[in-house]
Design a protein around this ligand. Structure first.
Ligand code: TRP
Ligand code: ZN
Length: 506
């Protein structure tokens, strides 16, 4: 499975174009990318979106999708033209009520030329009407619309939005969402936020509202047969869970794991602070994939993750992302450690809570299980490169880095940072450098060496660095032999199961 949809060729050339200061720009076209070095064509320049209104009609039997998406935005420069990230067949585009001309340019870019130049600072309403069969639309042999026997699913990172709605597809341009889908009776729809439905003869309309800022890749859509359950946590938070009725042997374990969402979100709130969104939940469609994705307030799980029994560890991982990834999102995709390091560390905290191995034991175990010549140590979690954005090292070495931070500053300051960072950056974006600066401010310590060692230097740090991988004192054994004696933490297989799921994409 391809994890990247855009090849990062031409990165250098584009970076040059994007480095022209916006203030110096004359009225002209918005850039074809927002300026992310890993994905030069992700997002677009020249405008900022505040809301998406996505109205769809879908026929599961034929994969026919008809849509009208209305985008509310503000111009950030005088614009003669701008791009949307989109791959489906557009029929008509209106800008501020007037027909605009449009063309497909490059891989996933819809180039829109409005009838009149849009002045910097003024509001833009874009209406895009489209019709296509998203499962048949491929880029590089790949479609982000995953067909199922009874419908389809859109859940992808870093990019997948383009297969169901036009957008400014980058985490730095968050917006609120209304997703409204008309489907034949007997078919259900899952998306983000609160749900209401309405009927007309033969058809049901599902309306989902996400009222909190949401990154484009965290919007999800699943259409098919689902058993949808609505409940509330003891604290009053609405919970929506949905399961394909065709999960077979995985059905029991999937429900036994995902139905614990309310309890687990309460536990995580005690560590990260109050839950940032209006709804929480998860869905398990009938897909052959093996991964999960932290889609906002409505998490995507694959049935395969529950093939060896219930797995609350993966639920904790995806729920942790609701804070680390969804509420506080990456500024650039190179900041991915802020998502995956912390989601993996939450699994370690859960292991500790369940008496299945402490975070220190897990850190030491991971440290020992990769010899110095293992390519694992060649990936820098703080800047892994687009090709290694989701490599095991971003997760595991990334989580070791967090244990190293904890060992260096002590539990009180460490937990203050886990929570305080969330308050400081709620609904925003951040870089690894900003996290380091925040941790230095709260701890009063200079942490440059720690971050350099664990996040930015290829190679295996010496045993004992930041208290990681130090040999336990075992009477009668040399330190190296003592380290080799470290037992496998009980939680290891469940954590690794979610990890091998990640590695499958490489
Ligand atoms: N963020 C996901 C996780 O850690 C992993 C992931 C990366 C993913 N790319 C993806 C999942 C594409 C689905 C599709 O849980
Ligand atoms: Zn993750």
């Amino acid at each position: 499975m391809r994890k990247r949809l855009i090849v990062s060729a031409a990165a250098g050339a584009l970076a040059l174009i994007l480095s022209v200061p916006a203030s110096a720009a004359q009225a002209g076209p918005g850039a074809a990318g927002i300026g992310d070095p890993y994905y030069p064509f992700a997002g677009n320049g020249g405008y900022d979106v505040s809301h998406y209104d996505i109205r769809l009609k879908y026929q599961p039997a034929t994969d026919e999708l008809e849509g009208t998406t209305t985008i509310l935005a503000t111009a950030t420069q005088d614009l003669t033209r701008f791009n949307l990230d989109f791959v489906l067949q557009a029929k008509e585009v209106l800008v501020n009520g007037r027909a605009a001309s449009f063309a497909i340019s490059r891989e996933q870019e819809l180039e829109v030329t409005p009838a009149r130049t849009i002045a910097k600072g003024s509001p833009i309403t874009v209406v895009v009407r489209y019709a296509d069969k998203p499962g048949e639309v491929e880029r590089g042999g790949y479609s982000a619309w995953l067909r199922t026997p009874d419908g389809g699913v859109a859940a992808n990172e870093p990019e997948g939005a383009a297969w169901w709605y036009p957008s400014n597809d980058h985490p730095t341009d968050k917006a609120t969402f209304d997703v409204s889908v008309l489907v034949p009776n007997g078919t259900q729809v899952v998306s983000n936020g609160t749900l209401t439905t309405s009927q007309r003869p033969g058809w049901t309309r599902y309306n989902y509202r996400q009222t909190k800022p949401q990154a484009t890749y965290l919007a999800t859509l699943a259409i098919g047969k689902f058993d949808i359950r609505q409940d509330t946590t003891p604290g009053g938070l609405p919970v929506i869970t949905a399961y394909s009725p065709d999960l077979g042997a995985n059905a029991g374990a999937a429900r036994a794991s995902v139905e614990r969402t309310g309890e687990l979100v309460d536990w995580l709130s005690s560590i990260y602070g109050s839950y940032p969104f209006d709804t929480v939940g998860g869905y398990v469609p009938n897909v052959p994939t093996g991964y999960a994705l932290e889609t906002q307030g409505q998490i995507f799980y694959s049935p395969a993750q529950f093939a060896r029994g219930s797995n609350t560890s993966v639920v904790v991982h995806e729920l942790a992302h609701q804070w680390y990834g969804d509420s506080v999102s990456v500024q650039r995709w190179s900041d991915i450690w802020l998502n995956e390091g912390f989601a993996r560390y939450a699994q370690w905290l859960w292991s500790d809570h369940e008496n299945e191995g402490t975070t220190q034991e897990l850190a030491d175990f991971v440290y020992d299980s990769h010899p110095a010549d293992d390519p694992f140590w060649s990936v820098k979690p703080g800047d892994p490169g687009a090709d290694h954005q989701f490599s095991g090292a971003v997760y595991d070495r990334g989580a070791i880095a967090i244990q190293a931070l904890r060992n260096t500053i002590g539990d009180d300051r460490f937990y203050a940072i886990l929570k305080g960072w969330q308050t400081e950056r709620k609904y925003g974006n951040a870089t690894v450098q900003q996290f380091q600066a925040y941790a230095e401010r709260v701890s009063g310590q200079s942490l440059g060496a720690l971050f350099t060692t664990w996040l930015y230097t290829p190679g295996k740090p010496a045993a004992g660095t930041s208290g990681i991988g130090a040999a336990p004192a075992v009477a009668g054994l040399a330190p190296a032999a003592a380290a080799a004696e470290r037992p496998e933490p009980k939680s290891w297989k469940k954590i690794q199961e979610t990890d091998s799921v990640h590695d499958k994409r490489h």
